[in-house]
Ligand binder design. Structure first.
Ligand code: GTP
Length: 321
């Protein structure tokens, strides 16, 4: 059975201030952290053992996920004192186990992607091609903002190209890879390495079999505030969702794909739209909230007007969606 590695150690600078106290993969979309959604997807594909490659705010993950038994999974945590980049993080995580002797594949997930693709089919495609590495590719309408990945008619990757004005293909790296252990052995230990800019181009240059698994499915990189809110709305739909133990006061109207976590209290006569509200939040009566992110355990006084804001128990900062 394949072993999963989740890359969850980045600084999430484009999402600031939302990532001031929460690592990007732990931000909730549709009421669940992105990481939890990815673990559920991995499990569905038969991956029960996962290593979380952490660095920035690493201490946030263990209290939430523990040993993984709540999800019927086995979780291990690798911690980088200084972020090692995507490649260095994979090597550091695999070093937690005797990976060089492993016979099974590793499946690597960028920790900031919501994807509905068929991971089990990606693994099967990898095996059928006797590939060393197989990336999920997704076609986007405008690939100019991304590096693109041309393949031949069998799916074999021909090149990894940097961002360009006239991309040769609309297929881009969707951030989920199947690797044989031999690919991980070639990443140097304890060094900062980029899997996208160093490892993949080197593999192709040395004619190793690297394949692209092309599947058009729901796919979103939640790397900016606008994308994170989009992802949450996509899951919630037009109205709103609220977690267990949350209470909503009389005449309050909640719309625009808002999600409310567990054990939160919303007062009477509030208007809330297009917002993400965490667990244990308390909001007074007559509040108006739009396009805002209210972190766990925050408190808002009655008649607060919060538009385009990030609120935590200690901060009140603007965000633009
Ligand atoms: P930005 O700073 O906004 O670019 O975000 P980021 O730091 O998360 O970088 P990026 O979006 O390129 O990262 C893609 C995925 O890899 C994310 O899930 C990150 O958490 C993860 N990641 C990036 N760099 C590292 C690293 O050095 N170590 C680990 N463990 N994960 C990383």
């Amino acid at each position: 059975m394949a072993i999963g590695i989740l890359l969850v150690g980045g600084m999430g600078t484009r999402l600031k201030p939302l990532t001031n106290q929460t690592p990007k993969p732990m931000l909730p979309v549709g009421g669940l952290p992105v990481t939890e959604r990815q673990l559920l997807a991995a499990k569905k594909a038969g991956i029960n053992s996962v290593i979380l490659a952490t660095s920035y705010l690493s201490e946030v993950f263990t209290p939430y996920f523990g040993d993984g038994s709540k999800w019927g999974m086995k979780l291990l945590y690798a911690v980088e004192k200084e972020p090692l980049g995507t490649g260095g993080a994979i090597r550091n995580a695999a070093d937690l186990i005797d990976f060089a002797d492993a016979t099974e594949e590793f499946v690597i997930f960028n920790g900031d992607v919501l994807s509905g693709h068929d991971i089990a089919a990606q693994i099967a495609f990898h095996k059928a091609n006797k590939a060393d590495a197989t990336l999920h590719l997704i076609e986007v309408a405008d690939a100019r903002a991304f590096g693109c990945v041309p393949t031949d008619s069998t799916g074999r990757v021909l090149d990894f190209l940097e961002k360009m004005e006239n991309p040769v293909t609309n297929a881009i790296n969707a951030g989920c890879y199947v690797f044989n252990p031999s690919v991980i052995s070639q990443i140097p230990e304890g060094k900062v390495v980029s899997i996208e800019r160093e490892t993949f181009p080197q593999l192709v240059k040395s004619a190793r079999p690297v394949f692209g698994y092309n599947e058009q499915s729901y796919w979103l990189d939640i790397g900016t505030p606008a994308a994170l809110f989009q992802g949450s709305r996509d899951i919630v739909g037009e109205g709103f969702i609220a977690g267990s133990g949350s209470v909503i006061g009389q005449n309050s109207v909640i719309t625009g794909g808002t999600s409310i976590g567990q054990g939160s209290t919303i007062g009477a006569n509030c208007k809330i739209t297009n917002s993400i509200i965490g667990d244990g939040v308390s909001i007074g009566d007559n509040c108006s909230i739009a396009d805002s992110f209210i972190l766990h355990n925050s408190h808002l006084a009655s008649a607060s007007e919060i538009i385009g804001k990030y609120i935590s128990p200690t901060e009140n900062l603007p965000i633009s969606l």
